[in-house]
Design a protein around this ligand. Structure first.
Ligand SMILES: Cc1ncc(COP(=O)(O)O)c(C=O)c1O
Length: 446
């Protein structure tokens, strides 16, 4: 029996319709957070909760970082809002230039959004607009991947492949295909880093090209490391093959890096980490370390030049797309301060040097009850447990609940997998704490 302390719990929990959460259960035993600093949240009943998930894969610099807090406070007092349609403000340009430097190769143009879902819809629209602008308007098909997560917009759930996120919402967009997912527990279980088997799955793209003809296909969107489904590092050679095939057929490649960008793999992006340069990259989460909602789509020079160049009349808009809060000044200030924090504290390098420690620690859980796979890359990790027959997801849900209420740790779950992504400021000692707590929790739910 859990003994949830109801101190500081609001009297009425009814009106807030909580996203991606079993509302009835949550309202009966809420998990409420009051404060956050560095690697810890403080719950409303005063317990320090170790953050093993960077909030929701986003607080890469940790919590309550002074530089970011001060930048936000100063910005909101100085320029609280500036429209991005027909007007702008200096920090938007400064941030775009910094991002152009951070992302590899030709990914030199930033389109600002407010979330990962908006980044995905933006990238899909840019892909379609690009194909049309270069005279290939028949290229309208989009290709995603099974088990992919690309947010919750209609574009994102259409190319996405997580069944629960799609099945309630009708047909969504037409003209979509999905590649197979790359999880192969039978052959790759307990692989450290990228698995050996699965590069051949990229060849499915050739099959789809043969089926539809390349002249009808606009873009492929994939997460370089599938995150939300439970951390699937790409099989060795897979991303390279996808890049080769897309290039050969004039199909754009979009990397959805909402989780992997900004240091999660020890580099500015997965594109840099894997040495594979896509045409578009979607980002959000780590851009402001979760402090203010913001996303950015990075586009290649070729895409920018083609779309901007397609409008001959200089007084007319080139791309009919944008959000009221695109490049919001407070978000830009937060992002600039976040990027400075990453740089000054060497957090990407820190993540890279901690990755082997993380890997060893995580894999020390092999052999504990019900664990059927452990996966890791950079500072991402997943511990997959077998499901209780007929009750898929119950075991991990219980692990998450016990984690918060009894072991003072925040865990993220998907199906019966526990997904982990600590802030990049995590210490070796805190990695050990995470693993010790996990070990106890896994035993508790056995
Ligand atoms: C790869 C990927 N794309 C898109 C999204 C959606 O981001 P948001 O929740 O900010 O809309 C997520 C969120 O987890 C994600 O992991």
């Amino acid at each position: 029996m859990l003994t949830e302390d109801m101190t500081n719990v609001p009297n009425d929990l009814e009106a807030f319709w909580i996203p991606f959460t079993p509302n009835k259960q949550f309202k009966a035993a809420p998990r409420l957070l009051a404060k956050a600093e560095n690697m810890h949240f403080t719950s409303t009943d005063g317990r320090r909760i170790l953050d093993a998930t960077a909030g929701l894969w986003c607080c890469n610099a940790g919590h309550g970082r002074e530089r970011i807090v001060k930048a936000v406070q100063a910005q909101v007092a100085e320029l609280d809002f500036a429209p991005s349609f027909q007007f702008s403000h200096p920090k938007a340009f400064e941030l775009a230039s910094k991002l152009a430097n951070l992302f590899p190769g030709q990914l030199d143009y930033a389109f600002f959004t407010n979330s990962g879902s908006e980044s995905v819809d933006t990238a899909l629209k840019i892909a379609l607009a690009y194909q049309r602008a270069r005279g290939e308007g028949t290229r309208t098909r989009l290709i995603g991947r099974e088990r992919g997560y690309h947010g919750v917009g209609f574009g994102g759930i259409s190319v996405g492949g997580m069944v629960a996120n799609r099945k309630w919402f009708g047909q969504a967009l037409g003209g979509i295909d999905h590649l197979s997912h790359t999880l192969d527990i039978e052959r790759n279980a307990f692989t450290k880093g990228q698995p050996e088997h699965g590069a051949h799955l990229a060849d499915e793209l050739e099959r789809l090209v043969a089926l539809h003809d390349a002249s009808n296909i606009a873009a492929v969107i994939i997460e370089p490391v599938a995150g939300s489904i439970g951390v699937y590092p790409p099989p060795r050679g897979y991303l390279e093959k996808i890049r080769e095939i897309t290039k050969k057929h004039g199909i754009l490649l979009i990397f959805d890096e909402v989780i992997t960008a900004y240091g999660r793999l020890g580099k500015g992006s997965a594109a840099e980490y894997f040495g594979v340069e896509p045409d578009l990259v979607t980002t959000a989460k780590g851009l402001t370390s979760g402090v203010i909602p913001m996303g950015a789509v990075m586009a290649s020079k070729e895409i920018y030049d083609t779309i901007i160049g397609s409008q001959a009349d200089e007084r007319l808009i080139e791309l009919f797309h944008g959000y009221t809060y695109s490049a919001h000044p407070v978000a830009c200030a937060a992002a600039l301060a976040t990027l400075e924090t990453y740089k000054e504290e060497g957090l990407f390098e820190r993540a890279a040097s901690l990755a082997p420690v993380w890997e060893e620690a995580l894999h020390s859980l092999a052999g504990e009850p019900n664990i059927i796979d452990i996966r890791n890359i950079g500072l991402m990790g997943a511990v997959e447990m077998s499901s209780i027959p007929g009750k898929v997801g119950h075991r991990a849900y219980e692990a998450m609940r016990l984690g918060f209420h009894e072991h003072d740790i925040m865990l993220r779950i998907t199906g019966d997998t526990i997904a982990l992504s600590p802030p990049l400021i995590v210490s070796e000692e805190q990695i050990s704490q995470i693993i010790d707590k996990l070990r106890k929790i896994v035993h508790a739910v056995a």
